[in-house]
Design a protein. Structure first.
Length: 403
């Protein structure tokens, strides 16, 4: 006869019991979920906004550019501010406030009857996105052991890629089957649900530090070199996102959308498989190698004469790009104390928006002056600059400085 006690005890190993035994794991999963919901909302709006501006709002292509890019302005400004407040007031309140701001932005989409109103909604969304990402990334690092902080940053980044990958599918599906209003309701409901999730998470212990937040530094020293390296790397991302379809089409190859999909899959898969690399190999060597891989992949795409070659280049770029953010972020974390982690990461992530914001116009000007291959060559040169900055950064992770 079998002992009935094991089967009776089995149901007790439920998620609630696991959460009680491993609160750090449960909290990490909650932070990831709250961020994922926020970025699903951002992704859902991306493919829908251009048609909404050109259609119901009767706007121009220039208006489309303003609407799509407006959120980056407030996001860049808000990231350092959100990081400072996360250090002073706690991670949870900043993440919740950011999620609520994004929910408000979604509601404003619904109420907007003009391009100006839509731009205002996007500015509000930018405030929320900057706060959610900065507080969430900092919180993820807080919850991780010191030798797994790179892993935590890499896995948290999957919330962004997951949201930006799945969100557009949901948004376009809703728009085509229900209408624009359904998309806007979704973009308000998802971050609101994220705020509810975050409210139920335990606040991480407040790092010991000064009683006040200290003087505001939008770009503290620890974030500057890794941040510039990240901004340079994003020039290659802008080249791939904006011009790979046109580049391959001009060569009579086609399949540009497939190439970008291969890049996105490579980023996602690499984050899962290689997330421990920055912790084990070191942030500086990983960032250097990642920059070199991105440069190599972009050069392959620039020279590609067939679709398989372009796909290989996209995968190489994806592997390098996926490792850049967590390794560069780990360099920032290793240069500051726990009480300034949020401020430093907020400033560092602002460089991502700066790189994307400047990368598009620079890539466009290069294409008009020198042709599509030159765009990818320029991106490769910028990625080499990323590798050079990483390689010459000196003492990095494991060293905590006072300022």
């Amino acid at each position: 006869m079998s002992d009935p006690q094991p089967s009776a005890a089995a149901p007790r190993l439920a998620p609630a019991a696991i959460a009680a035994r491993h609160p750090g794991i449960a909290a990490s999963a909650g932070v990831f979920l709250a961020a994922l919901l926020a970025f699903l909302a951002i992704g859902a709006a991306l493919p829908v906004l251009p048609g909404y501006v050109r259609g119901p709002l009767h706007g121009s292509d220039i208006a489309v550019g303003f609407v799509v890019g407006a959120f980056a302005l407030t996001s860049v400004i808000c990231r350092p501010l959100a990081g400072r407040q996360a250090d002073h007031r706690g991670r949870r309140i900043v993440l919740v406030a950011g999620s609520l701001a994004m929910a408000l932005g979604g509601a404003l989409y619904l109420l907007s009857g003009s391009v100006a109103g839509l731009v205002g909604a996007r500015l509000v969304v930018g405030v929320g996105e900057g706060a959610v990402y900065t507080a969430g990334a900092t919180w993820a690092v807080d919850l991780a052991p010191e030798d797994r902080q790179g892993l935590a940053l890499g896995l948290f980044g999957l919330s962004v890629w997951g949201g930006l990958s799945l969100g557009p599918l949901a948004g376009e599906l809703l728009r085509s089957n229900v209408g624009y209003d359904a998309v806007w309701i979704l973009t308000a409901a998802l971050p609101l649900a994220g705020a509810i999730v975050a409210l139920r998470l335990p606040e991480p212990p407040r790092p010991a530090g000064p009683a006040g937040p200290g003087p505001l530094a939008f770009f503290p020293r620890a974030a500057r070199r890794p941040g510039v390296a990240l901004a340079l790397a994003n020039l290659g991302y802008a080249a791939l996102a904006g011009f790979v379809v046109l580049h391959l089409s001009a060569r009579g190859i086609g399949g540009g959308a497939t190439v970008f999909t291969a890049f996105a899959i490579a980023v996602f898969a690499s984050r899962l498989v290689l997330s421990r690399v920055p912790d084990r190999a070191g942030a500086q060597p990983t960032a250097t190698a990642a920059g070199l891989l991105e440069a190599l992949g972009l050069l392959i795409i620039a020279l590609a004469s067939s679709l398989p070659v372009a796909l290989v280049g996209a995968v190489v770029v994806g592997v390098g790009f996926s490792m850049l953010f967590p390794s560069l972020a780990l360099m920032v974390v290793g240069e500051v104390g726990d009480d300034r982690r949020g401020s430093a990461l907020g400033a560092f992530t602002a460089f991502f928006d700066i790189g994307v914001g400047l990368g598009g116009p620079i890539a466009g000007a290069t294409a008009s002056l020198a042709g599509y291959p030159a765009v990818f060559v320029l991106g490769a040169v910028a990625a080499l600059g990323t590798a050079a900055l990483a390689a010459t950064s000196g003492r990095l992770r494991g060293r905590v400085v006072g300022q």
